[in-house]
Design a protein around this ligand. Structure first.
Ligand code: APR
Length: 314
């Protein structure tokens, strides 16, 4: 049982599934599930606690509508906000979700001033920017989850295409969490062998395209919401590296600090070493000209969204 207290704000599809995954892996001593809807976090927390004798975990989950219960959390995951409906882009959620993320972040900063914040609400990169500004937390303590999700999708599609175990696939996507994200083909491998040795260019283009539109593919199928199983797995992958101080290298939305030639105050997906203090290092990979250009395009798009956040004068 890891000794962390983790709060998950938003007890919807992503938040509740995240709480369940944390508990079943015993990555915290306590998970506090928070929502504005009365009874929702309490009911989901109780339901999962009643599964604990079968699943065999000792993590305690509590549901609440009161931020006081989140006091002194080590990690706070922000999932509150609207998900997409078919036909919507993540950017369409900006004006509604920015207000929610601002309001939630104020409570997080008040009750858990030393916490690490992981933002999941979309449009992701602009919401991390918002949480960073509102909290005033140090850069290593504010990050967004997107790259781990996009990367696991990319890996799944590669494994299917090659007909191999997912365990032999490595892949990573960088950039913003939008259709212009940057799946790194040159660093995608099957047992260390670049995928270009297994697939034709057409196959690779198809895999990249499916990864970029992976979120939309799920929204189209579900019709009433967006992805949450893989999303919560991706969040928990980050949490696992933090609470166990594993220093796993994972793509996360972080302040660039000028790395990769990007504007220094922007938040976009880059490979980082995650440990107990949060973002411990931005790992600088050698990228091709084409990949660097694509990263810049994606970052420019994020910048536009952040400008929209600024225009709202929160
Ligand atoms: N404070 C706390 N909770 C809130 C607030 C708020 N101010 N506003 C909304 N919520 C809660 C809702 O009551 C709901 O239970 O956030 C929850 C969101 O859950 P879902 O609607 O099921 O959405 P979900 O699929 O979990 O997605 C949440 O994550 O991946 C992103 O794009 C997705 O922005 C979306 C977010």
């Amino acid at each position: 049982l890891a000794n962390a207290k983790i709060s998950v704000i938003g007890a919807g599809q992503v938040g509740a599934t995240t709480a369940v995954r944390i508990a079943e892996k015993e990555l915290a001593r306590q998970v506090v599930l928070v929502d504005i809807v009365e009874g929702l976090p309490q009911g989901k927390a109780l339901d999962e606690m009643e599964a604990s004798p079968i699943e065999g975990f000792d993590t305690e989950i509590i549901g609440t509508n009161d931020y006081k219960d989140t006091e002194n959390s080590d990690i706070v995951v922000i999932t509150s906000g609207l998900p997409r409906k078919p036909g919507m882009s993540r950017d369409d959620l900006l004006s509604v979700n920015v207000k929610i993320v601002k309001e939630v972040t104020e409570q997080v900063a008040k009750y858990s001033p030393n916490s690490i914040i992981i933002v999941v609400t979309n449009p992701l990169d602009a919401m991390v920017y918002t949480a960073s500004k509102v909290s005033g937390f140090a850069d290593n303590k504010v990050m967004g989850q997107a790259g781990c999700l996009d990367s696991t999708r990319f890996k799944r599609f590669i494994a299917w295409e090659a007909g191999v175990s997912v365990k032999s696939v490595e892949a990573m996507t960088l950039g913003g969490h939008g259709d212009d994200m940057v799946p790194l083909v040159s660093y995608s491998t099957i047992r260390g062998v670049p995928i270009s040795q297994f697939f034709t260019k057409e196959q690779i283009d198809r895999l990249v395209d499916r990864t970029r539109n992976g979120g939309g593919e799920i929204v189209k199928l579900l019709k009433t919401g967006s992805a949450f199983y893989a999303t919560s797995s991706a969040i928990v992958q980050m949490i696992d590296s933090i609470v166990r101080d594993k220093k796993d290298v994972l793509p996360c939305a972080v302040k660039t600090q000028g790395k990769y030639g990007l504007e220094k105050d922007l938040f976009v997906g880059l490979p980082v070493k995650l440990g107990m203090s949060g973002v411990e290092e931005i790992v600088e990979l050698k990228l091709s000209e084409e990949e660097l250009k694509a990263l810049k395009v994606s970052a420019d798009h994020v910048k536009e969204l952040c400008n929209r956040v600024e225009e709202l004068k929160l």
